[in-house]
Design a protein around this ligand. Structure first.
Ligand SMILES: NC(=O)c1ccc[n+]([C@@H]2O[C@H](COP(=O)([O-])OP(=O)(O)OC[C@H]3O[C@@H](n4cnc5c(N)ncnc54)[C@H](OP(=O)(O)O)[C@@H]3O)[C@@H](O)[C@H]2O)c1
Length: 347
């Protein structure tokens, strides 16, 4: 077991402004698309050159709001724009496969919002098409690319936690009062807590302890038959993860990885830039890393920079979140949904 460190490791994540520029097309004009454009504009050299929407009016309004050169009234027109190198797919989960396939078959790289697709089978379709086209497709699990995640990566690699036994993470937001037609409650848009919020704890457990050997889940469904709440236990070797996601309450949304020597904790919301604490067992010393200057959803810029660096290096997957791990995570989500009884129309 390594001795308790005298200082926390320094993040090796490069300044997002140093990543070589790509020309981005934004596919859809909803909430996260706006946050993404704001973040990459503020902190990177990435150029947003086009936006596509199902409605020409919405594309033009989005383009006017962000000063984007080209606005298209269809997703096909966006992916066919020769000035676009990479497409950011920001539609509801049910539409990710179609958006990503459109991009990669047009020869464009793609950054696809989480959860990557509705299920593992759809994810396989996307990665197979990307391999055929020789382009890069990455899941926009932005937490994975934050500097704080690289500190945890080094703590795990150094053995600073000792033998890891326990991972705890939750993500709950109060959405129970939403109209039943909202995408979060709509099975035809692959709604539910798990794919929208629960993906963060599940991805965090994958990061901390790898792909689970066993998955156990219980859940509560909404009147619309998507998951309102799910509690999950994952097991890999001697390590166990206890995870919760809910649309019924605002939970702490914290995460920790605990071992025989120490635990690392992320303040809530753990999926965004925040405070990291390393605490030795039995009341020993602790080390704290404060929040980074790039805060909140501005942290979305790191995933764009990572994709741009990988593309410049001729890579088609990121070692920080390889396509094989995204596929495995989709498999875990499939098994959780099977156990709680959520099936999307047409699956
Ligand atoms: N990383 C994060 O922090 C974060 C935060 C929130 C959401 N997300 C993810 O981002 C994705 C989109 O979420 P959002 O909150 O941005 O959703 P949203 O505000 O509802 O926007 C989704 C957009 O998708 C397009 N769309 C295409 N087909 C649609 C359909 N059948 N019904 C509704 N909209 C459709 C629409 O754009 P047009 O009408 O212009 O075509 C719509 O504006 C999801 O995968 C979600 O999990 C990530």
């Amino acid at each position: 077991m390594s001795p308790f460190p005298t200082a926390l490791p320094t993040s090796r994540v490069p300044d997002p402004a140093s990543a070589p520029p790509l020309r981005w097309g934004i596919l859809a004009t909803g909430g996260i698309a706006a946050s993404f454009v704001t973040a990459v504009r503020a902190h990177t050299q990435q150029r947003v050159v086009a936006v596509g929407s199902r409605s020409k009016d919405r594309a033009e309004a989005f383009a006017a709001r962000f000063g984007i050169e080209n606005a298209y009234g269809s997703y096909d027109a966006l992916v066919d724009d020769p000035a676009v190198d990479v497409v950011y797919v920001a539609t509801p989960h049910s539409e990710h496969r179609a958006g990503a396939l459109a991009a990669v078959t047009a020869g464009k790289h793609a950054l696809v919002e989480k959860s990557f697709t509705r299920n593992a089978s759809e994810a396989e379709d996307v990665f197979a098409a990307a391999a055929t086209s020789g382009v890069m497709v990455m899941e926009a699990m932005w937490t994975r690319f934050l500097p704080q995640s690289d500190v945890i990566r080094q703590l795990l690699a150094d053995g600073a936690l000792g033998d890891v036994s326990t991972v705890l993470a939750d993500h709950g937001q109060y959405f129970a009062d939403l109209d039943g037609s909202h995408r979060l409650l709509d099975p035809s848009l692959a709604g539910g807590a798990l794919l929208d919020l629960g993906i963060y704890p599940v991805s965090f457990a994958s990061f901390a302890m790898g792909t689970p050997e066993s998955v156990s889940a219980v859940g509560t469904l909404t009147d619309t038959r998507v998951d309102a709440q799910v509690s999950i236990v994952l097991k890999t070797g001697a390590a166990e993860a206890v995870l919760n996601t809910t649309l019924l309450a605002e939970t702490p949304t914290t995460a920790s990885i605990s071992g025989s020597a120490a635990r690392v904790e992320l303040s809530g919301p753990f999926y965004a830039p925040g405070t990291l604490t390393l605490k030795a067992v039995r009341g020993g010393p602790s080390l704290v890393r404060g929040p980074d200057a790039i805060a909140g959803h501005h942290g979305l810029c790191y995933q764009a920079a990572e994709l741009a660096r990988c593309v410049a290096a001729g890579m088609t997957t990121s070692p920080l979140l390889p396509s094989s791990e995204t596929l495995a995570i989709m498999g875990t989500l499939d098994e959780i949904r099977r156990q709680v009884g959520v099936v999307y129309p047409g699956e």
